[in-house]
Design a protein around this ligand. Structure first.
Ligand code: GDP
Ligand code: MG
Length: 439
C-alpha cells in the first residue's frame, strides 16, 4: 500500500547521514510513483512533488543531521495542505435549524452517514431530526427508521408516495415546530450521476436552502470518487465531502485528491458500518496516517470522549515519552477495549498497523485475553522493568499463564517493538525532533 511504499522511501533516506540532491530526486520519483499507484489524480501528484522538491532542495535539508526526518516533515506538511490544511467544521445556521442535505451515489453510505451524523450531534447535546427523502430504493425508509430507533433520533417520513421535495419541505417545517436544531435530509442516489437525479436534488436544494450540502463518497472507489465529487460540485455547490469506507482497503487516492480537484473540503471520515464510526476529518492526522506515523491524536481524542480525561492525559504523556510498562500496557488494553473494534484502534497506533500486517499477529478478542493472561503472570517487578524478563522467567510466565514460551517471547518482542516505535514517533514529533529544530 501507499504507506508501506512511502515508509520504504523514507527509511532509505533515514539511513543516510547526508542527503544529496540526487537522493532527494530519487526519493521524490518514488513518492510520485507511490501516489500514482494509490490512485491520486496525476495533476495533483505533479504539483505535489514539485512543491516538496522545491522545499526540500530550498531548505537546509542537506545540512541537517536528520535529512530523512526533515523530508518526512516536509512531505507530511504538504500532504496536510493538500487535504485542506486544517479541519473543516460543520456549518451552523444563524437561526436554527441548521439544514444538512446528504447527497451521493447509491451505496456510497448516505443513509448510514446520516445516522452517524445524527448520533454525533446528539452526543453534543443537539436535537437532530432525520428526514427520509429516499423514496426509490426499496426499504430505504425502513433503513433510516431502524437507524433512528437505534440511536434515539426521530425520523420524519411521509412514506414513498409523496415527492422527496415535499417530504424535505414538510420535514423542515416539522423541525421548526418541534425545536430541532439540526435537520439531516437523506436523499436518493443512483448508480451513476444522471440529470433526473440532479434535477430532483436541485429542487430539494431550492426548497430547503441547506446550510450544508455534504457529498458522501466511497473512498474505495479512488479517482472515481473524485470525478463524482467534481460533477456534483458543478451541479449543486457542495459545502463538504464525507469520505466513507476508509476502514476498507482504500489506496488513499480519494482522500488525497478530493480537496485539490474540487476545492471542497473533506469534513468527515467514516471508518466502519457501526453508528459511531464517524470522525471529523483532520488533514494533519490523515497525513500522518498515510505516512505510517499512526494516528495518535485521533486515538487520544477518541479516548477522551470515552475515557476519563485524567487517564487519557496520562496515556498521552506516557505514549509521548515512551515510558510505559507492562502495567500501562494492561491498562491501555482495558481502555482500548472501550474504544471500539480492536483492529481499528490498532491501526491508529504508530507501528501497530505494520505489526498487524505481520502474519503472526492476529488481533482479536481471544488473542487479547491470552495476552492479558501472560501479563497477569508477571511479577510486579517484571511488569515495571520488562528488561529483566530472561529465559527462565519467560518459561515460568508461560507455565503460569497456560500459554507457551513462544507466545510469551512474541509478546515481549512486540512490546519492545511498540516501545521503540513510540519512541521514534515521539522523537519525530517532540520538541527535540526535527519539528523543533529550525529547518
Ligand atoms: P446509500 O445508498 O448511500 O444510502 O448507502 P448506505 O448508507 O445504505 O450504505 C451502503 C453500504 O455501505 C451499507 O452496507 C453500509 O453498511 C456500508 N457502509 C457505509 N459506510 C461505511 C463505512 O464507513 N465503512 C464500511 N465498511 N461500510 C460502510
Ligand atoms: Mg440510502
Amino acid at each position: 500500500g501507499l504507506t508501506s511504499r512511502l515508509q520504504n522511501v523514507f527509511s532509505k533516506l533515514r539511513g543516510k547521514g547526508k542527503v544529496s540532491e540526487d537522493d532527494v530526486n530519487e526519493a521524490m520519483r518514488e513518492v510520485r510513483l507511490a501516489l500514482l499507484e494509490a490512485d491520486v489524480n496525476f495533476k495533483v501528484v505533479k504539483d505535489f512533488v514539485a512543491k516538496v522538491k522545491e522545499k526540500a532542495i530550498g531548505t537546509e535539508v542537506m545540512q541537517s543531521f536528520t535529512p530523512g526526518m526533515v523530508i518526512i516533515d516536509i512531505v507530511n506538511k504538504e500532504l496536510t495542505e493538500l487535504m485542506g490544511g486544517s479541519q473543516a467544521k460543520l456549518a451552523k445556521a444563524n437561526k436554527p435549524p441548521t439544514v444538512i442535505m446528504m447527497v451521493g451515489l447509491q451505496g456510497a453510505g448516505k443513509t448510514t452517514t446520516s445516522g452517524k451524523l445524527a448520533k454525533m450531534l446528539l452526543k453534543q447535546n443537539h436535537r437532530p431530526l432525520l428526514v427520509a427523502g429516499d423514496i426509490y430504493r426499496p426499504a430505504a425508509i425502513k433503513q433510516l427508521q431502524v437507524l433512528g430507533e437505534q440511536i434515539h433520533v426521530p425520523v420524519f417520513s411521509l412514506g414513498d408516495k409523496t415527492s422527496p421535495v415535499e417530504i424535505a419541505k414538510q420535514g423542515l417545517q416539522h423541525a421548526k415546530d418541534n425545536g430541532h436544531d439540526y435537520l439531516i435530509v437523506d436523499t436518493a442516489g443512483r448508480l451513476h450521476v444522471d440529470e433526473e437525479l440532479m434535477e430532483e436534488l436541485r429542487q430539494i436544494h431550492a426548497e430547503i436552502k441547506p446550510d450544508e450540502v455534504l457529498l458522501v463518497v466511497d473512498a474505495m472507489t479512488g479517482q472515481d470518487a473524485v470525478n463524482v465529487a467534481e460533477t456534483f460540485n458543478k451541479e449543486l455547490e457542495l459545502t463538504g465531502v464525507v469520505l466513507t469506507k476508509l476502514d476498507g482497503d482504500t489506496r488513499g487516492g480519494a482522500a488525497l485528491s478530493v480537496k485539490a480537484v474540487t476545492g471542497c473540503p473533506i469534513k468527515f471520515a467514516a471508518l466502519g458500518e457501526k453508528v459511531d464510526a464517524l470522525e471529523p476529518f483532520h488533514p494533519e492526522r490523515m497525513a500522518s496516517r498515510i505516512l505510517g506515523m499512526g494516528d495518535m491524536l485521533s486515538l487520544i481524542e477518541k479516548a477522551q470522549a470515552n475515557i476519563d480525561t485524567e487517564k487519557a492525559k496520562e496515556m498521552e504523556r506516557k505514549m509521548r515519552n515512551a515510558e510505559f510498562t507492562f502495567d500501562d500496557f494492561l491498562e491501555q488494553m482495558e481502555q482500548v477495549k472501550k474504544l471500539g473494534p480492536i483492529d481499528q484502534i490498532m491501526d491508529m497506533i504508530p507501528g501497530m498497523g505494520k505489526l498487524k500486517q505481520a502474519k503472526d499477529l492476529k488481533v482479536d478478542e481471544k488473542q487479547m485475553s491470552r495476552i492479558e493472561a501472560i501479563v497477569f503472570s508477571m511479577t510486579k517487578e517484571e511488569k515495571q522493568h520488562p528488561d529483566i524478563i530472561n529465559h527462565n522467567r519467560r518459561k515460568r510466565i508461560a507455565t503460569g499463564s497456560g500459554t507457551s514460551l513462544a507466545e510469551v517471547n512474541r509478546l515481549i518482542k512486540q512490546f519492545d517493538e511498540m516501545r521503540r516505535m513510540m519512541k521514534q514517533f515521539s522523537d519525530m514529533m517532540g520538541p527535540k525532533g526535527p519539528k523543533g529544530k529550525a529547518l
